[in-house]
Design a protein around this ligand. Structure first.
Ligand code: DAT
Ligand code: MG
Length: 150
């Protein structure tokens, strides 16, 4: 079982896509371990996106992610990181397959609707930034044995 951090970004919240996006992850089979509605501070945004510091889009990225409330989720499941990334789609919506979130709802890279951690080390770092241990719930669903083989 792997956990990943998902952010339903300000554009998706403003466009009333929270339910649609949560629905897609739920239907894929991933299990919610944590979820909250919040507004990201500049400091937290800078920490979250520190790998991009110095890039031309960095300041605009911080403006965007802090502009309005977001929903953050911890999702878990077998290969949750890659599974979530495929449901989200490629970074640039123009490259995202129809059927993915960005491919169905996105046009611009700077308004690409959802964040998902890209590898296990990022997921661990990002989950710790957004959730305290007591906000992540260990639980199981009755349907888990029909989604997860192990
Ligand atoms: P992802 O969000 O798919 O993990 P990333 O980590 O490379 O992509 O970049 C983080 C965010 O930064 C991305 O969701 C949108 C923005 N971004 C990335 N590359 C960009 C570019 N070339 N121009 C503008 N914004 C960009
Ligand atoms: Mg990334």
């Amino acid at each position: 079982m792997e956990r990943t951090l998902i952010i339903i970004k300000p554009d998706a919240v403003q466009r009333a896509l929270i339910g649609e996006i949560v629905r897609r992850f739920e239907l894929r089979g991933l299990r919610i371990a944590g979820m909250k509605f919040m507004q990201i501070s500049r400091e937290l945004a800078a920490e979250h996106y520190k790998e991009h510091k110095g890039k031309p889009f960095y300041e605009g990225l911080l403006d965007y992610i802090t502009a309005a409330p977001v929903v953050v989720m911890a999702l878990e499941g077998t290969d949750a990181i890659e599974i979530a990334r495929s449901t989200i789609g490629a970074t640039k919506p123009i490259d995202s397959s129809p059927g993915s979130i960005r491919g169905d709802f996105g046009v611009e890279v700077g308004r690409n609707l959802v964040h998902g951690s890209d590898k296990p080390a990022s997921a661990e770092r990002e989950l710790n930034l957004f959730f305290s241990p007591d906000e992540l719930i260990d639980w199981s669903r009755d349907l888990d044995r029909w989604v997860f083989e192990g």
